[in-house]
Write a new protein. Structure first.
Length: 383
């Protein structure tokens, strides 16, 4: 039986919007909020799209947006240090939000309230409350809010969902997932609560969660027992003394999550540890099991050929599932293309907030549970 999650939002439905952009013969005008490293990937993809143009850039650091435009050869763009001023002044169709995590919600809500479509970098935000605020602004505006999980467009990720939804595994009852790096802690804005809010979970853990939750149909979390630590990030042995002194997010997290439908999710993620990986992803069903090699924690894609374990005529059988060599457009280009198409058609969002809300709620609940030192029940507000 295929897993068909009903979602957590009751009457909130991700539907086609009523206000498609009439853009025949005209380029969609895009603004970039935040010109840090990830903004380059957005700009590169927009430059690959003949029906879009970046016309404005904003960064709170004076001169940074101008330097970015020069680096990426964006001619005629306007520059701002206040995203509210950019949203007020420019006639835009949409924005890419590439700021640090703690400002995702503010920038997205302001853009939606101005009637703009939003492509928001992952993680969605930091807290459940911020995610809910964004979704309410999205619902009120009727605009597209797409969350930047480009691994969704990988053929192998789609195959995982196809396998689970096909019923070949039977009823899924347990999932182990996560990943991590033996040693690689980012610096910059990633390692402080005032800018990042969350650490390894927001950077790479959200990818692992999306892989399995998307395959299941994003069932609701019911309870969460979470653990986080920061041993490596705070140590000058494994981080620079300057970074160690300001490090105050998690570099490792683990959780035991009870999902609706009787499914158990065992999750682990790490920026640094004395191990090469906390383990492959395992999806256990009553008819078969699926092993997915540790994902590439730099971009969230599948780490190698998968294996299905099942019984055939009384024999235990292992069936290899080869990696699909997809030679089409890059995943980031597909993400941006899907966002632009949603603007033109009025939606729905290619990576809907109603799904990624669950991802964010689990991460937030892990943090809350870890602080309390006990299991907590999960409550998702109405949108």
């Amino acid at each position: 039986m295929a897993i068909k999650g009903e979602g957590a939002l009751g009457a909130y439905k991700q539907t086609k919007r009523d206000d498609p952009v009439k853009s025949k013969g005209k380029k969609l005008k895009i603004g970039i909020i935040g010109t840090g490293g990830i903004a380059g990937a957005h700009i590169r993809s927009y430059k690959n799209m003949p029906d879009a143009e970046v016309v404005a850039l904003c960064d709170i650091v004076p001169g940074k947006a101008e330097a970015y435009a020069e680096r990426w050869e964006i001619e005629g763009a306007r520059y701002y240090t206040d995203h509210k001023e950019m949203l007020k002044t420019e006639k835009l169709d949409g924005v890419s939000i590439c700021t640090y995590n703690a400002t995702h919600a503010e920038c997205a809500v302001n853009a939606l309230n101005k009637g703009l479509h939003v492509l928001l970098e992952k993680p969605m935000c930091v807290t459940t409350e911020e995610a809910v605020e964004m979704m309410r602004a999205e619902k009120k505006s009727g605009k597209v809010l797409a969350i930047g999980f480009q691994p969704r467009f990988d053929a192998n990720m789609r195959k995982i969902k196809d396998i689970v939804q096909s019923g070949e595994l039977g009823e899924v009852y347990y999932i182990q997932t996560g990943g991590g790096r033996r040693r690689w802690i980012p610096g910059g804005t990633f390692i402080e609560q005032k800018t990042a809010g969350i650490g390894a979970m927001g950077d790479i853990g959200c990818y692992s969660l999306d892989m399995v939750l998307n395959a299941l149909g994003y069932p609701k979390p019911l309870t969460v027992t979470g653990y986080v630590s920061d041993f490596f990030g705070k140590s000058p042995v494994y981080s620079s003394p300057a970074d160690a002194a300001r490090f105050n997010v998690e570099d490792f997290a683990a959780a035991f999550v009870r999902l609706e439908g009787g499914i158990i999710l065992d999750f682990r993620i790490s920026w640094a540890m004395h191990m090469d990986t906390p383990g492959d992803t395992l999806i256990l069903g009553k008819k078969a099991g699926l092993r997915i090699p540790s994902t590439d924690c730099w971009n969230g894609t599948v780490g190698g050929p998968m294996t299905m374990y099942t019984d055939v005529a009384g024999m235990q059988v292992e069936m290899p599932i080869p990696i699909i060599n997809d030679n089409g457009p890059k995943l980031f280009d597909r993400k941006v293309r899907a966002f632009l198409d949603a603007i033109k058609t009025g939606g729905p969002s290619p990576i809907p907030s109603s799904e990624i809300l669950i991802n964010q709620v689990i991460i937030d609940s892990i943090i809350k549970s870890a602080k309390l030192g006990r299991e907590i029940e999960v409550e998702i507000p109405e949108i």
